[in-house]
Design a protein around this ligand. Structure first.
Ligand code: URA
Length: 265
């Protein structure tokens, strides 16, 4: 059965309540706090000012996948690993105390030559049990998010987390855990060479961009992770708790989709 775009948006809970009035091209400015708290425009409402501040931007050149700029931190044996060695290293990792409590490490899932890389925070209980990222309720929502822009898990998409091991009780990752685990994600990015990264939530965005900027201020613009365009959006688990913010996620997806389109054309 093939789904229409309306079916996909409906699955995401975005139809027919509201609609983005303008496609967000590459090079938009972050939303102001006032704009961020504005309610999403309703489908039936009369036209209103565009909620995104569009600024002129140099068009993105049509390029092949951008080479990932080498990282500057102290080198580690992980930096030279091929995919199989990296997977083995992740699965047997004892670089932090999470190794003691996890059932198994969760390296990631999907196409290792994918153009799209989605990065979440850390495995939860379901992921820890099954060894695959985003398999619980947040995962179902992520699948709907992917479908809304014509993507599917495993097909030109790779899904990974910053942490490969579950923090007990789903607590926040500790800085030392992120520091211990990040070289795995960095090497995954070097090997996959995605065209575009979507950071799902604060931890992914802040870890990859090495910043403590709040997520609301990182949305709405195209960042670069070592040369690779990166779009920030809310984590699906946050969206489950704050469904009204689905409108913002749709804006971010449109930005990601348009950025990918600009990279290819
Ligand atoms: N949340 C994440 O960030 N990653 C998962 O794999 C599952 C839930």
């Amino acid at each position: 059965m093939s789904l229409t775009r309306q079916d996909r948006l409906q699955a995401l809970g975005l139809w027919p309540t509201w609609r983005l009035r303008v496609a967000a091209p590459v090079g938009i400015e972050p939303l102001s706090p006032a704009q961020e708290s504005a309610p999403a425009p309703l489908e039936s409402a009369p036209p209103e000012p565009v909620p995104l501040a569009v600024v002129p931007s140099a068009p993105m050149a049509a390029t092949p996948a951008l080479p990932v700029v080498p990282c500057i931190r102290e080198s580690s044996p992980i930096d030279a690993m091929n995919w199989d060695a990296l997977l083995a290293e992740i699965k047997s990792c004892t670089r932090c105390e999470l190794a003691k409590s996890r059932t198994q490490a969760v390296p990631g899932v999907g196409d290792i030559h994918a153009e799209w890389l989605f990065v979440g925070e850390a495995p939860g209980a379901n992921e820890d049990r099954l060894g695959e990222p985003f398999v619980g309720d947040a995962g179902k929502l992520l699948d709907a998010i992917l479908a809304a822009i014509g993507l599917a898990r495993g097909s030109n998409v790779f899904i990974a987390n910053v942490l490969k091991s579950r923090p007990p009780g789903n607590r926040d990752p500790k800085p030392e855990e992120v520091a211990a685990c990040l070289p795995f994600l960095e090497r995954q990015i070097e090997l996959i060479q995605p065209r575009l990264i979507v950071a799902l939530g604060r931890f992914a965005a802040q870890s990859l961009l090495a910043t403590d900027t709040p997520i609301g201020r990182m949305r709405g613009q195209v960042h670069r992770y070592r040369g690779v365009p990166l779009v920030v959006t809310y984590h699906p688990a946050y969206l489950l708790r704050n469904p009204l913010d689905k409108a913002k996620v749709w804006e971010d997806l449109v930005l990601a989709r348009d950025t990918m389109h600009a990279l290819k054309n």
